[in-house]
Structure formats: C-alpha cells, structure tokens
Design a protein. Structure first.
Length: 377
C-alpha cells in the first residue's frame, strides 16, 4: 500500500487497515439499513419510498423523463443515466441507486485509506451524513471517482486520473473544483524541476478530459434551454443559491437556525446549525492544509469553502463535506494523537471515544430524518 498523504495509520500492516475499514463499513451500513427498515415498518412504506426522498425524486424524474423541469438542470446526468440503465435491465431504480451508493462507498473508503489512512476512512464511513452514501444520491459515486482521481494523479498515473475525474464530473459540479485540485497537484510535481513547463503541460493536457465532460453538459443545457447560465439559474430558482457576500451568507444561514422559523419542522433549524459547523470544519481544514503546505488539498477545499460561503446561505455543506477528504485527514490526526502524559492520554482517549459514540448516534438520527422524509440537508 502506498504511503498515506497525511501519514495517519502508517504503522499498521498492509492488511489490517482494510480489515478495520471493512468492519466499519459493514457495521455502519447495517446501522443505516436498520434505520431504513424501521422507517419502512413505522411508516408502512416500501423500500423504494423510504430511500427516495428529496433529491432522489429529481434523479428519478430525470431518468424517466429527461430534463423536463427546468430546475432539474441543477442535477448532473451521471446518476440518472445509471438509474435509467438499471431500469432497462429490470432493476428498480431505487434499488439500483442504493446498490451503486454502497459500491461507491466501498471504493471511496479504499481510496481514502490510500489518501489519508484507515482512521480517516473509518471516520468518513460514520460521518453524520453517511446516509447519503447509502441511498440513491451522488455523494458516494462522486467521492469514489474523485478520491481515486486524486490517488492516481498523486502517483502520476495521469491518464487514469483523468478518466476518474471525468467520471466524477458526470455526478456533481464539484468536479470543477476537483479539476483545479488536480491541476495544483501537477504544479507541485514539476515545480523547480528541469523542463518543468513541458512536464506541466503534459499533465494538464489530461485534464482536458474532465473539462470536456463539464463542457459537454454545458453545451447540452444550452441546446435545451437556450441559455449559457441554465445550471446557475436552476440553482437560484430551486434552492436560492445566488451569490452574496460572506457576511450576508452567514447572516442568512443564522436566520434559518431558530426552530421557531420552521413551524412544525424543528429539524430544519438544527440542520442549518450543522451547516455552520460544517463550514467551520471546512475552513479549519483548509487552513490546516495551508499550514502543512499541502497546496493542492488547500486549493481543493478552500475554493469550495469560498463558493459555499458566498452563496445566499449555507445549504448542503453537510453533504459536501463528505468530499473534503483533507478534513477527515485532520480529524484522523486528532483521533490518533497520543499525548506523552499518561493521564492526559487516558483522558484524550475517553474524550475521543465519547465523541465517536455521539457521532454514531447523530449518524443514526440523520438517517432517520432522511428515511422519514424530514429535512436532512
């Protein structure tokens, strides 16, 4: 196994990390499946109904009818295309999407072991919003493609990295930030070397593959809508994601946090509070990468923090953080920290254990919110 970029868990043997991560994957998926089963029984609903809330409805609509609704243009075509393919093969789309998410979560976790160590991968698997890596959402598939693109680019396998990045760009607009991060990796690989400009160009040429994927979707949207800003307009019309200043974005989010602002839906206020925490984690993660001189990781996370921080309010940051692997590397470093003082070390371990237990409880609650149709980011 190649050395972890952030050196977490490097003292473990080659086999043990994957046994640990595999166990956490299985346990976390069983916990999430238990919540889904409980929601099915409690709400007298089918499996497809329970896992098809919120954005899943958009993916299903696109798979069945194309981009018939203008706001659906905010969603990239990768997952709907796979769901439509599954339907043609006789697999219910909700089932196909769930299987794809489960496979994607495996591939993403394996890549994360290579990027940031087994502890980071385990923390990713039990993240509060882990439910979105087990239902027909794009998070697991995007993370799998993006994390592997990063691994391959780091190891200078640029053709394979470009292919993975191109695949990632079919799932989420976050592929744009991934391209920027990969471009920065290329710079760090060749900077101050002889013939660096030629080497840089040879690497950057491969990035034309994911750029072409994004460009192709933009051309398609223009063809069906007549607008070059169709995606942005869909985001604004459907989810109020217009641009604003960082201060206004924070203030708008803060105004959405009181439970009284959402009569009969108290969970919405709590989710918006979590959005602020996720933004703070992203900012801390970006600064940490900067201090560690991980320039590519800093650019990858930092630009996304800026993008979310200049939107009308913080929305879906709780899910976006699943793709910010440097944040999980930072958290893994804190989890594995071993103070020299015996008493402090014991206290730290107890504290970490309590926090991880609380995290698992939050993951279960979040899965319940989604499975019962409540707002879950």
């Amino acid at each position: 196994m190649s050395q972890s970029l952030f050196d977490n868990g490097r003292t473990l043997s080659i086999r043990r990390p994957f046994v640990l991560v595999g166990g956490v994957w299985l346990i976390s998926r069983l916990l999430l499946a238990s919540v889904v089963a409980a929601a099915m029984i409690g709400g007298n609903q089918s499996f497809s109904q329970v896992v098809s809330h919120w954005d899943v409805q958009h993916f299903l609509a696109i798979a069945q009818h194309g981009y018939a609704v203008p706001t659906d243009q905010a969603f990239f075509p990768g997952l709907p295309a796979l769901l439509a393919l599954g339907a043609r093969l006789g697999v219910p789309m909700a089932v196909a999407g769930t299987v794809l998410a489960l496979v994607g979560s495996v591939l993403a976790a394996v890549a994360l072991v290579r990027l940031a160590g087994p502890v980071a991968a385990c923390l990713w698997l039990i993240a509060p919003t882990a439910i979105f890596t087990a239902v027909p959402y794009t998070e697991a598939l995007f993370c799998a493609a993006a994390f592997w693109a990063w691994c391959l680019a780091r190891d200078e396998h640029w053709a394979a990295a470009a292919a993975c990045a191109g695949l990632a760009c079919t799932f989420r607009v976050s592929g744009l930030f991934l391209i920027g991060g990969l471009g920065l990796i290329a710079i760090t690989q060749v900077w101050r070397t002889r013939g660096w400009l030629k080497s840089l160009v040879l690497r950057w040429v491969w990035l034309l593959v994911p750029i072409a994927v994004l460009g192709g979707y933009e051309l398609y949207l223009h063809a069906i809508s007549g607008s070059w800003t169709a995606w942005l307009q869909a985001e604004q019309d459907g989810w109020a994601r217009g641009f604003t200043t960082p201060a206004q974005a924070f203030w708008h989010t803060l105004q959405a946090t009181p439970m009284a602002a959402w009569p009969g839906r108290p969970e919405v206020g709590w989710v918006f509070r979590a959005e602020i925490i996720s933004m703070a984690l992203g900012l801390v993660g970006a600064v940490w990468c900067l201090c560690k001189r991980q320039w590519a990781a800093f650019g990858f996370v930092g630009v996304q923090v800026i993008a979310f921080g200049t939107s009308w309010w913080y929305m879906s940051v709780n899910r976006a953080i699943l793709g910010w692997f440097p944040v999980f590397a930072l958290l893994a470093g804190l989890v594995t920290w071993r103070p020299r003082n015996d008493h402090l070390r014991l206290a730290w371990r107890i504290g970490v254990g309590v926090i991880i237990a609380a995290d698992v409880v939050i993951m279960i609650i979040w899965a319940w919110l989604f499975s019962t149709g409540r707002w879950a980011s």
